[in-house]
Design a protein around this ligand. Structure first.
Ligand SMILES: [Zn+2]
Length: 75
């Protein structure tokens, strides 16, 4: 019986952070679209959601918050 398998080497592991620069345990799942707009976060995989560890999620939150913060600063 021959089984054809997609070979995934170091990417798309389910229990690690999706950031290519780290492999910490994941903390939160976020939309890939949003992550893609953050230049300081490079994620791997192809799913609609990406898993981020606490550190990366913090970066994510910071980066996505910026826009809103700028609004509140301007008063
Ligand atoms: Zn991470």
């Amino acid at each position: 019986m021959m089984k054809r398998r997609e070979v995934n080497f170091s990417n798309t592991s389910d229990d690690g952070c999706s950031s290519i620069t780290c492999s910490n345990p994941t903390k939160r799942s976020v939309s890939r679209k949003k992550v893609n707009s953050i230049s300081s976060l490079n994620v791997q995989g192809t799913g609609k959601k990406v898993s981020l560890c606490q550190d990366c999620y913090r970066i994510f939150k910071k980066s996505t918050k910026k826009d809103r913060d700028m609004e509140s600063f301007g008063r």
